[in-house]
Design a protein around this ligand. Sequence first.
Ligand SMILES: Nc1nc(SCCc2ccccc2)c2[nH]cnc2n1
Length: 157
Amino acid sequence: MSTSQKIFTLAMVRKTNALLLGLKKKGFGEGKWNGFGGKVEKDETISEGAVRELEEESGLVAKCLTKIGILEFEFVGDPVLFEVHVFDVTQYEGEPVETEEMKPQWFPEDGIPYEKMWPDDILWYPLYLKGIKFRGHFLYQGYDTILNYTLTQMDHL
Ligand SMILES: Nc1nc(SCCc2ccccc2)c2[nH]cnc2n1
């Protein structure tokens, strides 16, 4: 039983058959390729937070976001439940630039570097890339081992 929930965003930027990922240079998830995201501030909606974090971390300005998933992460021994709202971004302005937080790179959809990403990604990316919305819950031991999980397709989020 987790005593508190913290809301985070994760923006997945896509163009024809390619996905933009960022190599996290510091902080939570350092050294892993991931979408762009972070905390949601008190004075913003979840999608406003997603737009802000994407611009801060990649320089891209999202013009349209679609909520495509909700992922809950629990870490053994940590009472905080991470609730991550995942968005698909296909309309954006600008070119991706390296920032203090992230080094961006385009990957072909059949060349995703799962071995250098969070272990849950290989489980839900295939749903995302097929346009299937999802809700998942993952129990982690440390940051590399998933003890158990549920992953459900959703018609609406
Ligand atoms: N793909 C993925 N992302 C995250 S955290 C993403 C949201 C975030 C949270 C805090 C700082 C920056 C970004 C994960 N955690 C556990 N598995 C995971 N998989």
